[in-house]
Ligand binder design. Structure first.
Ligand SMILES: [Zn+2]
Length: 605
């Protein structure tokens, strides 16, 4: 595992250099602190004979929150090639200024390490934003209107495909109705995925093409929503039942995948993201990554989680090993395997220790039989894979922890950095197990407030004493576990500043709620920033090269128009990223920082 990571991160020799701290600010009246020796040897980019220390770029006069171990602040950052060579007070940067150094005056703007997203679906998200996108609508009437318009504008489309409807529009059941679609598109199949990707809303034409009717049994790990009296499908398909229909749709082409990825990269760089973990890849996605990387278009460091097919077993592991070997190069590392262990709370498919309130005997879906899961995880751990779990219900979380425990017992404690994402509802006894087992708690903090999903579709099915343990981010931090954040885009916004705001406030980042949800689980701003930078870098096995602004690390950093420590927590998400550097190169904005000045942003709300 470690060697693969080192291989993937390329040619820069950095060993150990990042351990040297940035110089401290000189006390008043003393001589300036001596500048550190350059930490990375390399030829100067400029001609002539500039100072051997000269940087290519110096950012100065900023509020640089370095995210180093003591969370120190700096004013200047010097970059040579793709590497940070200095981070410290302005007074220490002079030795890095050469005749060809580009100097950027930050005028007090904030600098952070670039964000890293620990769980995201960039290719499918990008594709879905290019088809019938429903993300911006809220009601079923709006959805039907959008589908009608899309169908009219795309007479050539054999299938009408789209994404982004909310289960909350169909509260309290969360189950959509095929007849609404039949009324506007009777003659072509319609297949629309919910914003969380766990449900599909289809019309009758799609069901008939797939030959799904009242006789069709529910597939393992899935559910066909049915009329309780007649058994007829209603138009909702849950989890693996979605495949019954979608496998009849024409597959996406390689060009559609690449275009989807390009869409996502541009958006994510704009949000200050330069690394992520793709939460689900198969060969086609790995090919898209490789294609863009070979063209120099992959403006992202990517860890790819290879998708575990749950109707298969250990026989798929050699394929993962082969894909890891073949696709781990350049900016891509296919070093993780993703196992989905349950469904979601809103339609009661999340696996629960006790039945859902008011639903006797209903405990959700366990995707991989727990004893088999132990066996698979033990084998993957031994083969040097990181395992990335999807677990939402308390039973699923426990089963994943049990599997890691079994792997530890068999293989000893390895530096595997297994992580469980989503982790919506806990049995409190499992909270300390994350630290004890070295499992990273990978939260999607934008879900941790009282939105419709929580209020209409989750709380009605949980007793209050269980609901207390929804998204206990603060408790996980206090337990000593490593906490990392991801967006799960296109399920929810990919803007880390929205997620950070909600982690700090437990309220909607767009002002949509006024009361904090389980306020004792709030965390502070430094913790929230760490979860999107250095801790996410840890999940991605690159905290030795990224995740903080320290000499020797890669110059993946961002400039914000506002210092997040100077705005009210409710205004964090109003800040904008004005410059994103990946290895010292702008991938969003430019060094002019044009059109963005420090002002009274967000103070009025
Ligand atoms: Zn996901």
């Amino acid at each position: 595992m470690r060697s693969l990571c080192a291989l993937a991160l390329g040619s820069i020799a950095l060993a150990g250099t990042f351990l040297t701290p940035a110089p401290l600010a000189a006390p008043p009246g003393s001589h300036p602190a001596p500048a550190p020796r350059p930490r990375v040897a390399g030829p100067s980019l400029g001609g002539g004979a500039p100072s051997a220390r000269a940087a290519d770029v110096v950012l100065r006069g900023g509020a640089v929150y370095t995210m180093d171990a003591v969370r120190s602040w700096a004013e200047s950052v010097a970059i040579r090639k793709d590497t940070i060579v200095y981070a410290g007070p302005d007074s220490g940067v002079a030795p890095y200024l050469g005749p060809r150094t580009k100097v950027v005056n930050l005028n007090g703007r904030m600098v952070l390490p670039a964000f890293q997203d620990s769980h995201i679906h960039p290719i499918s998200g990008g594709i879905s934003h290019r088809q019938c996108a429903l993300y911006d609508f809220k009601t079923k009437e709006d959805y039907v209107g959008a589908v009608t318009r899309y169908a009219q504008q795309h007479p050539e489309a054999l299938w009408i495909r789209g994404d982004g409807w909310s289960l909350a529009a169909f509260a309290p059941s969360g189950v959509p109705d095929r007849k609404l679609l039949d009324a506007v598109v009777p003659d072509r199949p319609v297949y629309l995925e919910s914003s969380d990707g766990h449900s599909a809303w289809v019309n009758s034409k799609a069901l008939s093409i797939a030959k799904v009717d009242k006789e069709t049994p529910d597939p393992p790990g899935g559910r066909i929503d049915r009329d309780p009296k007649t058994g007829e499908p209603l138009g909702g398909l849950q989890d693996s039942a979605m495949d019954l229909v979608v496998r009849h749709a024409p597959p996406y082409t390689p060009e559609e995948r690449r275009e989807g990825l390009r869409f996502a990269l541009k958006m994510l760089n704009g949000f200050g993201i330069t690394s992520y973990q793709d939460a689900s890849v198969q060969t086609e996605s790995l090919e898209a990554y490789r294609a863009l990387d070979e063209k120099g278009e992959l403006t992202m460091r990517v860890v790819a989680s290879q998708w575990w097919e749950r109707d298969k077993g250990e026989e798929q592991i050699p394929g993962f090993i082969e894909a890891r070997r073949r696709y781990t190069r350049g900016r891509v590392r296919a070093t993780t395997v993703k196992i989905m262990q349950d469904g979601v709370m809103e339609v009661q498919t999340a696996a629960m220790i006790e039945p859902y309130k008011g639903k006797p005997g209903v405990r959700g879906l366990t995707m991989v039989e727990p004893e088999a899961l132990k066996k698979y995880v033990t084998r993957l751990d031994k083969e040097g894979f990181q395992v990335h779990f999807h677990a939402i219900g308390d039973a699923a979380i426990r089963e994943c922890l049990d599997a890691v425990e079994a792997a530890r017992r068999a293989n000893g404690a390895r530096d595997s950095r297994h992580h469980i994402s989503h982790i919506e509802i806990f049995h409190p006894a499992d909270i300390p197990r994350f630290r004890a087992l070295g499992v990273v708690a990978n939260f999607q903090p934008l879900w941790a407030y009282a939105d419709d999903y929580i209020v209409k579709l989750t709380l009605p099915f949980l007793e209050p004493e269980r609901a207390r343990w929804l998204y206990p981010i603060g408790s996980l931090y206090r337990s000593g576990a490593v906490v990392a954040f991801g967006s799960d885009w296109s399920v929810s916004s990919a803007n880390p500043l929205e997620e950070i705001e909600t982690a700090v406030t437990r309220m909607g980042a767009l002002g949509d709620t006024k009361e904090p949800f389980i306020p004792e689980e709030r965390i502070d701003l430094p913790e929230a920033l760490a979860a999107f930078t250095i801790n996410a870098a840890y999940v991605n096995f690159q905290n030795d090269k990224t995740g903080s602004i320290e000499p020797g690390k890669l110059a993946d950093l961002i400039v914000l128009d506002h210092n997040l420590f100077n705005v009210r927590p409710e205004a964090i998400s109003d800040a904008k990223v004005v410059l994103t550097l990946l290895g010292g190169q702008p991938v969003h904005g430019d060094f002019s920082l044009a059109g963005n000045t420090e002002g009274g942003l967000g103070m009025s709300r």
